[in-house]
Ligand binder design. Structure first.
Ligand code: SF4
Length: 736
């Protein structure tokens, strides 16, 4: 705290801009808590400063907590961790609201009522884990170990993955793949032989031109990226924002392109038409590092700006001029790959391939101001017995989605329902509220009914916990150790998550739960350590890391290695051709288009609007909506509707409305935001509101739930992603 450097001021100014609507800028300067007075520790008494790693979202910024006695007073960004640089996003700064949530799960629970009734009895850990072990033994005997699936989110899942691999299953479905980043990761992997990373390895602060295409950075608050973005804006970098909505990022742009939803690929192809057709690509780079450029050159001839203008609703001259500006900044240019990329199904991998190819022909992969290439840090494994050979995952039947890089969560749900290719009888759900994180809720509920066992391990009683046979209360990220965390960034290294405070009640860390359950299952040999500190110390010793220094600093750097060509990086590509594959033989052989093609989405029927959803700065997933600190700041649960359209419908700003989707599914009431900052053919709302779980006493009944309206998906045939922006809603006015 107290850092008033120019970069910090710019970060605060940008972030404050994103939060202004919530009247929340003060929070960044002084996080508050109703449960613990904010302030700085007094080291003359028992005050401690403890370094660790945030887990409010997946970004994993370094944090430091001011701990006085048994109270965590406040959380700051760690000054030594490269992903935080001493700063945090609002969610990270308010993370203690998650730990001090009065609705926390504090005892293991066994279900006593029907599924979904949220009726449980509190039991001991011995009883809860004994119940699970007996059920798992039974399932293994009747159906084989592969009949168990893990649905997971977050770093803490590693212990449960290890346990279930030892048990004998390979069914691990993170909704974050098929429902979020999958098309992007697959498209970049096909093109470059590498994914854009998580966090994405984008050198935004050094870029001269940044294109955000459907990425509302700043509202989607990824700490390091927002800091870099603030630097980029302060340098007056050329920002082009393509979004049907005038987002906070769009307000910083030189050009905002309010595109017709679902037509991004047409714009990307037209940009390629101009850049390649006018010879503005990076000839030397293309020659040295790519294959198939000649085929691209031929294919994009048809995609004129005039053609794209008709598809996208944009101006042909603006398309032409922005293409020239993008090309003019090469190689310090970034067409941001985005994060949530499962939008329309059929078009999604093509859209991301077009982004990858655009970056490739500009030479931004591996160059300063483009995609840097971190070396990461090799960490030795703790020796444990080899896992038994498991059947391939049940998420796909033969020939389906051949390019999926991870099991598909909705595929595991499907196998639970139809038993193909083999039945799934038990779900272990860790850190993800599947009721909101999987689309097509009716399918999820049917699948849950078909289960012999549903175990939920979480911090709070979200909707999925209400359906569980057993609920296991976990210690939060501020109360536990997790496994060593590798950091791949400009400065790579290793980070340590460690406890700052004790967990409430009988909540236990994931490592302890997994180890105890392993013992009950006769799999104790896979957890051959007495406690987590001895495990971490041994792993550090084997990796040549000083554990005491790591515990003190929270992050230790790896030896410096060049991450961009300008500093000596030698570019290599893990594709079959060892080059960037603009034309993909792999896709062609599998029967898919080897170059990106545009597939026009079906538009909204009369009286309906396309449902778009996204993030708000103080929210991330359903898991933050019960955090009272963040909730104080963020009532972003508003429905954005074009002001003129609203007037035509007789709706005024602030009206209470309900949404009804194309299948007749109704939302909870939501407040209308009538604004000129959105096109007239779509509406926008923030994801994660509209909880109904009785145990979430703060969040339940607030706002509307977008995911409940996602009753249809478009499936990506290449990698199985579920495009969710294929749903349409009508708006019904409610009496005030
Ligand atoms: S981006 Fe924010 S919520 Fe995510 S890890 Fe960093 S500080 Fe935490």
């Amino acid at each position: 705290m107290g850092d008033s450097s120019p970069s910090r001021r710019r970060f605060l100014s940008l972030a404050a801009g994103t939060l202004a609507a919530a009247g929340a800028a003060r929070f960044l300067l002084a996080p508050r808590t109703a449960q613990a007075a904010h302030g700085t520790i007094d080291p003359s008494t028992d005050g401690k400063l403890i370094r660790s790693v945030c887990e409010v979202c997946f970004w994993k910024c370094g944090i430091q907590g001011h701990v006085q006695g048994d109270r965590l007073l406040k959380i700051q960004g760690s000054p030594v961790h490269p992903l935080s640089n001493g700063k945090l996003c609002p969610r990270g700064a308010g993370g203690q609201g998650q730990s001090y949530d009065p609705d926390r799960l504090v005892k293991p629970l066994l279900r006593v009522g029907p599924r979904g009734s949220e009726e449980f009895k509190a039991v001991s850990w011995d009883e809860a884990l004994g119940f699970i072990a007996a059920k798992l033994d039974d399932i293994k005997k009747k159906h084989g170990p592969e009949a168990v699936a893990l649905f997971n989110h977050g770093a803490g899942a590693s212990w449960f993955k290890h346990l279930l691999q030892a048990y004998g299953t390979a069914n691990f479905g993170a909704p974050s793949f098929a429902q979020c980043r999958g098309p992007r990761d697959v498209a970049f992997d096909i093109t470059f032989g590498a994914e854009p990373g998580s966090p994405e390895v984008l050198d935004i602060s050094k870029s001269d031109c940044l294109v955000l295409i459907g990425s509302h950075l700043g509202e989607n608050m990824h700490n390091t990226q927002v800091q870099d973005f603030a630097e980029f804006v302060a340098r007056d970098g050329d920002l082009i924002v393509v979004d049907p909505r005038f987002s906070t990022a769009a307000s910083k742009a030189r050009t905002w392109m309010p595109i017709r939803p679902g037509t991004d690929t047409a714009l990307l192809l037209a940009w390629l038409h101009v850049i390649v057709g006018e010879g503005r690509h990076n000839r030397a780079y293309v020659e040295a590092y790519t294959t198939g450029f000649d085929k691209l050159e031929e294919a994009v001839k048809a995609y004129t700006p005039e053609w794209a203008a008709a598809e996208t609703g944009l101006d042909a001259e603006v398309i032409r001029n922005t293409a020239r500006r993008i090309a003019g900044a090469q190689p310090a240019v970034l067409v941001h790959p985005g994060r949530h990329a499962s939008w329309y199904g059929a078009d999604d991998t093509h859209r991301e391939r077009a982004i990858a190819i655009l970056n490739a022909v500009l030479g931004s992969w591996g160059h300063r101001g483009g995609f840097f290439r971190p070396s990461g840090m090799k960490l030795a494994k703790f020796p444990t017995p080899a896992y038994p050979k498991a059947k391939p995952p049940a998420d796909r039947v033969e020939g389906e989605a051949p390019f999926a890089l991870e099991p598909l969560a909705q595929g595991l749900r499907r196998a639970t329902l139809d038993g193909k290719p083999y039945p799934i009888k038990a779900w272990f759900v860790y850190g993800t509220n599947l009721i909101q994180s999987l689309p097509q809720r009716a399918e999820t509920l049917k699948a849950i009914e078909a289960l012999d066992l549903l175990v939920v391990c979480d911090l709070i009683p979200a909707e999925i916990a209400g359906y569980a046979d057993v609920v296991l209360p976990e210690a939060s990220y501020l109360e536990r150790y997790d496994d060593l965390l590798g950091v791949s960034w400009h400065q790579s290294g290793v980070a340590l998550r460690q406890p700052m405070i004790a967990p409430p009640g009988d909540a236990k860390p994931g490592w302890w739960i997994a180890k105890e359950l392993a013992t009950k299952l006769g799999l104790g040999a896979y957890f051959p350590w007495t406690d987590i500190e001895s495990y971490l110390k041994e792993r550090c010793r084997l990796s040549g890391i000083d554990f005491e220094a790591l515990a003190r600093e929270g992050f230790l750097p790896a030896p410096d290695k060049p991450t961009v060509v300008e500093d000596g990086l030698a570019l290599t590509f893990a594709t079959e051709s060892k080059k960037i594959e603009i034309y993909s033989e792999k896709l062609a052989k599998a029967g898919f288009d080897p170059l990106p093609v545009f597939k026009r989405p079906v538009g909204p029927p009369p009286g309906y609007f396309r449902l778009l959803y996204g993030r708000a700065p103080a929210q991330t997933f359903g898991r933050t909506t019960n955090n009272r600190l963040l909730g104080e700041l963020s009532h972003n649960d508003k429905l954005w509707l074009n002001a003129k359209v609203a007037a035509d419908l007789g709706l005024t700003d602030g009206a209470r409305v309900k949404l009804v989707n194309q299948d007749g599914i109704e939302s909870a009431p939501i407040e209308l935001k009538a604004t000129e900052r959105i096109r007239g053919d779509c509406v926008f709302m923030v994801h994660g509101w509209g909880h109904t779980a009785k145990g979430l006493k703060y969040a339940s009944g607030k706002g509307a739930d977008d995911s409940g309206l996602v009753s249809r998906v478009g499936t990506d045939p290449v990698m199985g992603g579920t495009g969710m922006r294929v749903n349409f809603v009508a708006i019904r006015k409610l009496e005030a």
